[in-house]
Every structure is written in structure tokens, then in C-alpha cells.
Write a protein of this length. Structure first.
Length: 350
């Protein structure tokens, strides 16, 4: 399928995934729990809407704000970074507060924005570019003219590295080789798909066949020869790519030089990044770009709740094992693209 990719094309597809549900929700959201199905950084590995409590059943109770202590935290697919990191956040929050976190696997950034807007999620992980688009009602048609006014920032976390993954036997070595290829651009409506659309357009790639699944399924497609390349957006190492590299010669298509500048010029959220040598068995570092992962909430969350949850995480970073080189109180406002929640302002002294 030859396709000229643009944001309007993207939203037409994303609408199939229920992104239109944002309509009427952008001005605020109520309480309650939802079972919406992210990523990507993902959407991979589980059925959308699956709930996970990391071995502990969540219960209703009284939290520090005098309300329910049960909080819904929307993450991403199990093949990416959002889901395991969210479960580490669950552990430190539950150990240091009266709150119980219900971590839910979802299709990720765009979907998670909708869940926050409706009040189906209390906290969620999203990308800083998607947060900006949503809060300002621009960038992609899913939000065009319909800003998500109750979206609030809590903290930024780590770079979300853009991986263009292929195998050595495909012959794809440079972005130009993607022309005419079959490419998995990520789950419909995910942050990964948004980035893939932007990057392919910036690289001048318009003729290709598109597939849409999460990371784990994309990995299987590469292994089986059903696709030539896949976009994966997440903090390295991404589990699904690691698993693939255990049995296959993985190649990361480099984004460097003029190609990198073209991508960075296409949107203000991209920054230079690289995947270190040794990751996924790479013999040398792979230059690329990244966006930023962040914790978001909605304006309806009580200030004390947000402050206590934020403090539990950033006062106990030493209890985390994922992305600890990047997550810190000192860097938690780097790249913050939307208004902070008052509870986060109180904690970070903003």
C-alpha cells in the first residue's frame, strides 16, 4: 500500500481505536475507574484493559486526603518500559503511603490522555509530546481544536528512545531503505504511531505498507518475516527487542546527520539520543532521537494525593531498578511540556 502519511491520515485510523472518545471530555473529568485499553510506549503483550496489581489485590479505604485510597494508574503494554516501571512505582507508593495503586496495561500515551480526561485513570505515563498536543489542542487531529483542559503534569522521567528495528537479513541499513517496506508503526492511537508518522514524513518516506500492533506482536512479525521494520518507542533496553535479539541478528536503523536534523526540525520534542553498543547485541552505538516519558494526572486529583504520591516516588528513587540513571528529583521537570498539578508544584517547590 502506497501511502502519503500525514497527521490527518493518522487520526482517521486512530479514530478506529476510540480516540474520538476524547470529544466532550476535554473540559474536565469525573472520578471513577475505567478499563480502557497504551503504549506505547506499547500496547504490547496483553489484552487492552487487563488489570494488574503486582500480586496484591487493591482495596477501598481511607487515604491521606480523607478519600478513597485506591488509585488507578494506567501504564502501557507489558513488552515496553511503562508497565514494569509502573509496578515499581506501585511498590514504593504502597510502602510509603496509605494508597493502593491498581496498575493497568493499556495502549499508552494517546489512550492514557483520554483516560485521564474522563477520570478513568488517576495517574498515567505518557510522552511529553503527546501531553503538549493534548493540552494545547494541536499537533494531531485527535486533539485539534479540542484541548484536554484538565490534563496536568507531575514529573518527567527518562528519554523515550525511538527505535527503528529491523533484522540484518532485510537489507535495511539506512532510513532511505524503508521506502517500499512493510513497517509496523505501533498500535493504533499510541504515542509510538504518532512518532512513527512524524518521523517517516520528516525522512521523506511515503511509500510503504503499514501494520499496527504492539511491541511484542511486532517482534513476532519481524521474527516470522511478516514485516521489514518496526517502530518501538521506549527506554532501552525494551524487553520485546531484547527477546528478539536473543534469537535473531537485530539491527537498529540509525537516525543521524541530516536525517536527525530533519526529524528534530519537524517537532520541538525530539532530542538527540543513542542506543549504546552492546544493547540488543549491537556492535556499535546506534544514533537516534528521543522524546520524554512523564507522569501525568488530572486537575480533579486532590493536591495532597498528588503531593504524597510524588514524594513517595522521588524520595525513594533508590528503591527503583528501572531507568535509575535518569529518574531524579533534580531532573523531574526537564522537558515538562504542560502545566504542573498543584500537588507536584508543592513537592518540587515550583
Amino acid at each position: 500500500m502506497s501511502r502519503k502519511l500525514n497527521r490527518r491520515n493518522f487520526v482517521a485510523a486512530a479514530g478506529l481505536a476510540g480516540i474520538a472518545g476524547l470529544a466532550g471530555c476535554s473540559g474536565g473529568g469525573g472520578g471513577g475507574e475505567g478499563t480502557e485499553g497504551e503504549e506505547t510506549t506499547g500496547g504490547e503483550g496483553t489484552t487492552a484493559g487487563e488489570e494488574t496489581t503486582a500480586g496484591e489485590e487493591t482495596t477501598e479505604g481511607e487515604g491521606g486526603d480523607g478519600g478513597s485510597s485506591r488509585l488507578s494508574w494506567h501504564a502501557g503494554g507489558t513488552g515496553g518500559t511503562y508497565f514494569p516501571l509502573s509496578n515499581e512505582f506501585k511498590s514504593v507508593v504502597e510502602e510509603n503511603t496509605d494508597y493502593k495503586l491498581q496498575v493497568q496495561s493499556t495502549g499508552a500515551s494517546v489512550e492514557n490522555v483520554g483516560s485521564l480526561a474522563r477520570g478513568d485513570a488517576d495517574f498515567a505515563l505518557i510522552q511529553n509530546d503527546i501531553a503538549y498536543f493534548a493540552a494545547n489542542g494541536e499537533g494531531i487531529d485527535a486533539f485539534q481544536g479540542s484541548p484536554v483542559k484538565n490534563l496536568r503534569g507531575v514529573a518527567t522521567l527518562y528519554p523515550e528512545t525511538i527505535h527503528i528495528v529491523t533484522l540484518a537479513n532485510t537489507g535495511i541499513e539506512q532510513p532511505s531503505d524503508l521506502s517500499g517496506a512493510t513497517i509496523n508503526t505501533g498500535d493504533l492511537g499510541s504515542g509510538t504511531q504518532v512518532n512513527a508518522v512524524q518521523i517517516l514524513e520528516a525522512l521523506g518516506i511515503s511509500d510503504y505498507s503499514e501494520q499496527n500492533t504492539g511491541f511484542s506482536q511486532a517482534s513476532d512479525q519481524l521474527r516470522n518475516g511478516d514485516i521489514d521494520a518496526a517502530f518501538v518507542v521506549g527506554g532501552w533496553p525494551v524487553g520485546a527487542i531484547e527477546e528478539l535479539s536473543a534469537t535473531n541478528d537485530v539491527r537498529i536503523v540509525p537516525i543521524e546527520g541530516e536525517n536527525r536534523q530533519a526529524v528534530m526540525d519537524s517537532a520541538p520534542f525530539y532530542a538527540e539520543d543513542e542506543i549504546p553498543s552492546g544493547t540488543y547485541g549491537l556492535e556499535s552505538a546506534a544514533p537516534t532521537v528521543s522524546v520524554q516519558a512523564m507522569i501525568a494526572t488530572n486537575a480533579e486529583q486532590p493536591e495532597q494525593t498528588v503531593q504524597e504520591v510524588t514524594a513517595a516516588i522521588f524520595d525513594n528513587v533508590d528503591q527503583l531498578s528501572i531507568k535509575t540513571d535518569f529518574i531524579s528529583k533534580e531532573s523531574a521537570q526537564d522537558g515538562m511540556s504542560i502545566d504542573l498539578h498543584p500537588g507536584a508544584q508543592a513537592y518540587f517547590g515550583k
